[in-house]
Ligand binder design. Structure first.
Ligand SMILES: [Zn+2]
Length: 156
């Protein structure tokens, strides 16, 4: 997953959080939370949960709706490495693995992007190879149904 060049398309964290993989409250396996529908479903045990309209929480290693622990997580030298889903993981892995990082967006998206908010230890060149391996370990925990670039697509 390492490459020479990564172009920051100015994505924000919300753009990766449409469907979030979490630890299932029923079986401890991998379940998915649809943030739009505010619904948790587990393909393994059939558990479902519905949420009301409480505020969404981002930038923490939990889903924005139910605040359950995300499925994709790994310890990295005392830091927690985490991702919402396969797409978020691959984006982070591409960023971390790149030797050259460019700011994209051409001024049309002047906010601070998701990758600009990453902690310093994720930006450190000395951590690059070990981080790429940690992402590979996280990728290996994805169930087959969640390993594509989208999780199960649902109509909003
Ligand atoms: Zn389950």
């Amino acid at each position: 997953m390492s490459g020479e060049r990564f172009r920051d398309g100015r994505e924000r964290i919300y753009e990766f959080a449409d469907e979030v993989l979490v630890v299932c409250p029923g079986c401890g396996g991998c379940a998915v939370v649809s943030v739009v529908r505010r619904r948790l479903t587990c393909p393994s045990c059939g558990a479902t949960r519905e949420a009301d309209g409480s505020a969404l929480m981002y930038r923490a290693p939990v889903d924005p709706v139910f605040r359950r622990d995300v499925w994709l997580r790994a310890d990295f030298r005392g830091h927690l490495l985490w991702a919402y889903n396969a797409r978020h993981l691959e984006y982070l892995a591409a960023y971390v693995g790149a030797r050259l990082r460019e700011r994209g967006g051409d001024g049309f998206r002047p906010h601070t992007s998701m990758v600009e908010r990453l902690p310093g230890w994720m930006n450190a060149a000395k951590n690059r190879d070990a981080l790429v391996r940690a992402f590979a370990r996280m990728r290996a925990t994805l169930p087959a149904w969640a390993s594509g670039d989208g999780v199960t697509r649902e109509e909003g």
